[in-house]
Design a protein around this ligand. Structure first.
Ligand code: UD1
Length: 424
């Protein structure tokens, strides 16, 4: 296993280009199996999660070529409709294949994903949505066994759970509804830009969808879809992470080819800390300041502050001039990074789904361990500004979701290198 070794204190300056959105490409690749003709997807980031998705698609029987950030997929040879635990446990987003499999074949046998470090992560909304469309669902030996032997039929579906909308449940239901008979109304649909990207992809394929981007999506089922060419939207979480990397070091960093409109809540909060944020049509620049103000942050489904930027924002606020309160409303247990940030000298106390972040004057380098994708990014951000040397182990989490992470940081002037972790 590899670790990152970071020499803190370098001020980051310059610009990087945003990669394609991980959370867009995964459900879009999944949806590309809902036809027998080829699709070509551009702007695909080279990430572990994408490689895992490609592996599953190949396991199902699809022919996939992944070259230069473009994936060509020929799903005509797909012959199996099961997803074993080995795949689902390495990448929870593989659940986004459940809907497309059922839409394509009227059946699927899918391993239950189970919990993960950011919380219990139920899938009741996926199941409820599919049942409403006529899919019979049984749980057998740790598998979801889905069968639509009586055909797929549109319906009215209220798709909210205790924590609001669900991104991938919306994706699954939208895919099945696209090939169901009649009209489906998804009330309380997720409004995330990645869901809009998927809906636009499905529309290109021939689906009839209105209300895209709103909490009420209406789908009129069609008999057949076709393969298409599509470009993935920029990754808003990667963009936010690099802007925070600039801000935490007091530098001036621009992310180019990003979509500022997708980061409204984040830009708003960051601006309130006193950091200067300037954005144009497809770029955002932050200009750091020596010490920033604390702010309270509440994560919500889009257009709220993204839970996927909560850990990175916590690292940033740990150096604010005062106390910030972070409330996690999407995954209330997603605070595993707080303890590791404290090892670097932060002062963070947890109280249920709240983190009380008392700003400290400086962080000090130490050995820390990454626990999940975004928590790893938060530890690297802290390491960039911590005095001395920080070692972040288990960085394989990072490569699930960030393309050329250390190369991009180095291009901005960070001192970060990858080494073998002999202790693991
Ligand atoms: C997606 C993102 C993930 C992000 C999350 C929230 C992808 C590949 N992943 O995950 O990066 O952190 O959205 O923005 O797009 N819930 C239920 N029942 C369900 C499904 C979800 O109660 O059946 C709950 C979850 O536990 C959570 C909330 O709903 O509290 C939102 O989760 P959800 O939007 O489903 O997350 P994912 O789609 O898995």
């Amino acid at each position: 296993m590899d670790k990152f070794v970071i020499e803190g204190g370098k001020i980051l300056n310059g610009s990087i280009t945003a990669s394609g959105a991980k959370n867009s490409v995964l459900p879009i690749l999944a949806a590309s199996i809902m036809t027998d003709s080829k699709s070509v997807i551009h702007g695909v980031p080279k990430l572990q999660d994408v490689y895992t998705m490609v592996k599953i698609l190949e396991y199902l029987g699809a022919k996939v070529v992944f070259k230069n950030n473009t994936i060509e997929i020929d799903p005509s040879t797909i012959a199996r409709y099961d997803a074993p635990y080995e795949f689902v446990k390495t990448m929870r987003a593989s659940i986004s294949l459940l809907g497309p499999m059922v839409a394509r074949a009227g059946k699927a046998r899918f391993s239950l994903p189970g919990g993960c470090v950011i919380g219990p992560r139920p899938i009741d909304l996926h199941i409820k949505g599919l049942q409403k469309l006529g899919v019979d669902i049984k749980i057998e030996d740790g598998f979801i066994v889905a069968d639509a032997k009586n055909g797929l039929k549109g319906n009215y579906i209220f798709l909210a759970g205790a924590f609001g909308s669900s991104v991938l449940a919306t994706a699954n239901v939208m895919c099945v509804a696209a090939l169901s008979k009649g009209e489906t109304v998804i009330e309380f649909a997720a409004c995330e830009p990645e869901i809009t990207d998927l809906a636009n992809f499905l529309v290109k394929m021939g689906a009839k969808i209105t209300g895209i981007g709103s909490p009420c999506i209406i789908i009129n089922g069609v008999k057949k879809l076709k393969g298409v060419e599509h470009k993935i939207i920029p990754d808003r979480i990667e963009t936010g992470t690099f802007l925070l990397a600039g801000a935490i070091t007091g530098g001036k960093v621009t992310v180019e080819k990003c979509q500022p409109m997708h980061l409204g809540a984040f830009i708003e909060r960051l601006t309130e800390t006193g950091v200067q944020v300037k954005s144009g049509k497809n770029y955002i620049t932050v200009s750091g300041i020596p010490r920033w103000k604390p702010v309270d942050v509440v994560t919500f489904a889009y257009p709220g502050f993204p839970t996927d930027l909560q850990a990175q924002m916590m690292a940033f606020l740990s150096l604010a001039d005062g106390v910030s309160v972070i409330t996690e409303k999407v995954f209330p247990e997603r605070f595993i990074h707080a303890g590791e940030l404290n090892r670097l000298g932060a002062n963070i106390q947890l109280d249920g789904s709240k983190a009380i972040v008392k700003g400290v004057e400086k962080l000090l380098g130490a050995k820390v361990m990454a626990s999940d994708l975004r928590a790893s990014a938060a530890l690297v951000l802290a390491g960039l500004v911590a005095e001395g040397r920080t070692e972040v182990s288990r960085i394989y989490h990072l490569f699930r979701g960030y393309e050329k992470f250390e190369e991009k940081l180095r291009a901005l002037g960070a001192s970060i290198k990858r080494e073998k972790d002999t202790l693991q």
